[in-house]
Design a binder for this molecule. Structure first.
Ligand SMILES: Nc1ncnc2c1ncn2[C@@H]1O[C@H](COP(=O)(O)OP(=O)(O)OP(=O)(O)O)[C@@H](O)[C@H]1O
Length: 261
């Protein structure tokens, strides 16, 4: 299997993602919901950033601004010097959500292929094969979603997000609906896949352990409107140690303390 390393869009070097003073409110005037306030953050090329914070604080809103799916009320965001919308138009952003939203009538393989059709391109069968192989689904790719387990469906969603070799991978609670054992297993899979491909990645999760297990850096957000409370660098080499490792536990504790402050 040849896992190809993700590349930054050409000519843009290490700049990565740069959000500056981002705010987002929904609605207007007295009814306005302030979801994100004055958030500035950078994500380097090939960095894995995790975002944790209380439920409803504005994490998804922030991720949607990075994806070009929401326009900031104020502030700016650039991806390797360009707008997120521009990057999305070039299919350089892969996304995985809690709900994999697969086409129910199509096999797992066809679901991955469909990315090309949706983009008006002919499927690259070699890439589809590689992406399925990368997530360990080669022998199961003929199944349809209702014949697959929750974990297999999320692995399909990951293959679908990776198949066009995105520069930016955005993960919004991808394993949030899975049981603890499957979730832990998929964390290991994601770590392996990420190490092989190294796309610039932003993960939203409610699990502090998951954030520390996967990310290079954890951003801890406040209650709504989301602001950055603390950024914690994870001082652990990959492959990551078990959750019993002392440094792992200390890093989790540091994130928890920031959340509870
Ligand atoms: N399209 C929308 N229109 C109006 N309000 C919205 C919209 N999207 C989100 N909100 C509101 O913005 C706030 C932040 O929502 P968001 O989904 O970003 O939070 P979150 O931290 O991702 O939540 P959770 O952790 O529960 O998934 C919430 O009060 C939500 O109701």
């Amino acid at each position: 299997m040849t896992a190809r390393k993700a590349s930054a869009p050409s000519g843009e070097g290490e700049a990565g993602i740069h959000g500056q003073a981002l705010s987002k409110s929904y609605g207007s005037a007295r009814r306005a919901v302030h979801a994100v306030r004055d958030v500035s953050l950078k994500v380097r090329s090939s960095e894995f950033l995790a975002i944790i914070g209380p439920s409803g604080c504005g994490k998804t809103t922030l991720l949607r601004m990075v994806a070009g799916l929401e326009t900031p009320t104020s502030g700016t965001i650039s991806c390797w010097g360009r707008s997120p919308a521009e990057l999305a138009r070039e299919h350089r952003i892969g996304m995985v959500f809690q709900d994999p939203a697969l086409l129910p009538w199509a096999s797992l393989r066809r679901n991955v292929e469909f990315v090309y059709r949706a983009a008006g391109r002919r499927p690259d069968h070699e890439r589809v094969h590689e992406a399925l192989d990368l997530v360990g689904l080669t022998s199961l790719a003929h199944l349809r979603p209702h014949e697959a387990s929750g974990g297999m469906r999320q692995r399909t969603a990951l293959a679908r997000a990776l198949v066009m070799e995105p520069s930016l991978l955005l993960l919004d609670e991808p394993f949030g609906a899975l049981d603890a054992i499957t979730r832990r297993r998929l964390n290991g899979e994601l770590e392996r896949v990420w190490t092989a491909v190294r796309p610039t990645t932003v993960l939203i999760t409610h699990s502090v352990e998951e954030a520390v297990m996967l990310a290079d850096r954890v951003v801890v957000m406040s209650d709504r409107p989301a602001t950055i409370l603390r950024e914690v660098t994870v001082p652990l080499a990959r492959p990551r140690p078990t959750v019993l490792d002392e440094t792992f536990r200390d890093t989790v504790r540091e994130c928890m303390e920031a959340l509870d402050a």
